[in-house]
Unconditional design. Structure first.
Length: 327
């Protein structure tokens, strides 16, 4: 083969190689467009969410984003619950997730706005339905084992006044008071939040509710233990003593409305045990993200107690916190 022929053959081979590479590149881009690339998969995980101009915190779980079958849960878009996400898409780097909620109690269809965000510098930067930021849920190393001891107990309710507590929502009328050594609310009113913050602890709380009462106790301001008048009813994840919308109590230990009741709660890291009226109903249960009562998403930091007061009546006569420290 002459020199010109060789040069021509080499040119044709180079052109064919370039075309093949172009086809491969096009196919890769096509597949990423259909099934998601590495950027789409970055959305996966557990996210603690802080939003602007709200007293609430949120939590997001995403799985299999970047595949044809993404799924997830969100706390909370509606019903104060752990909501299943019904639609998840990523287009041009923007995540959108949507909900198809059941009708409200009045029978009307609920219109829940979509949430959107972009992944940037390891965070989710949200733009709808408000400005919000998601950070990856932290790893908490503390384990509920025999390496903890009790420090001095702290009485967060002095039996006289609201010292140590304040309104969670300053824009709502504060209708909590103390009479005859009992702290009580007059709903509708604000939740109350402790001024002190705690990490690992034992808590003893004596409380009383009336018929149809619905309240809750926020641990670290993030994880709700339900308070509900449900005497004699089968337990579920919304029952009294439940880790709200996550774990049902093993048994319904509620007393009749109007009787004094007690919680003894042991929290270490993400592990919680609840003894309700002397009966262990949650035994070293693992907490999986925030509940809808959360007012902060700083899961690696100490947090306050919150007592829900906006729903219905609740009374408290004892609230003793014993911090747990390493031996």
């Amino acid at each position: 083969m002459g020199g010109a022929a060789v040069a021509g053959a080499r040119a044709r081979a180079a052109a064919a190689t370039a075309a093949t590479k172009g086809d491969i590149g096009t196919n890769i881009a096509f597949l990423r467009g259909r099934h998601g690339g590495a950027a789409d998969r970055d959305f996966n995980g557990h996210w603690d969410i802080t939003a602007k101009n709200t007293l609430r915190a949120y939590w997001l779980e995403l799985k299999d984003v970047g595949t044809p079958s993404p799924s997830g849960f969100f706390v909370s878009a509606y019903g104060g619950d752990r909501n299943k996400i019904d639609e998840i898409t990523v287009k041009d780097g923007e995540l959108t997730f949507k909900f198809n909620p059941p009708p409200a109690r009045n029978g009307k269809q609920q219109n829940i706005p979509a949430w959107t965000a972009r992944y940037k510098d390891g965070k989710l930067e949200g733009t709808a339905p408000m400005q919000w930021t998601g950070v990856r849920e932290p790893v908490i190393a503390d384990k509920d084992d025999d390496t903890w001891k009790e420090a001095a107990p702290i009485n967060l309710f002095n039996g006289k006044d609201l010292t140590g507590w304040k309104a969670l929502n300053s824009n709502v009328e504060m209708k909590w008071s103390v009479k005859d050594g009992v702290l009580r609310n007059a709903p509708p009113t604000t939740d109350i939040i402790s001024e002190r913050k705690f990490w690992n602890f034992n808590l003893h709380m004596d409380f009383r509710i009336v018929e149809n009462s619905n309240s809750g106790l926020g641990l670290r301001g993030r994880y709700e233990i339900q308070i509900l008048e449900d005497y004699g009813k089968p337990p579920n994840s919304h029952s009294s003593g439940a880790l709200y919308s996550q774990v049902a109590p093993s048994i319904n230990a509620s007393r009749k409305p109007g009787e004094w009741q007690s919680y003894d709660i042991h929290l270490v890291g993400r592990t919680v045990t609840v003894v309700f009226n002397g009966v262990k109903i949650l035994d070293k249960v693992q907490i999986n993200g925030l509940t809808a009562m959360a007012n902060n998403s700083n899961e690696a930091e100490p947090g306050p107690f919150i007592v829900q007061g906006d729903h219905s009546y609740v009374e408290i006569k004892s609230f003793v916190v014993t911090p747990l420290v390493k031996k």
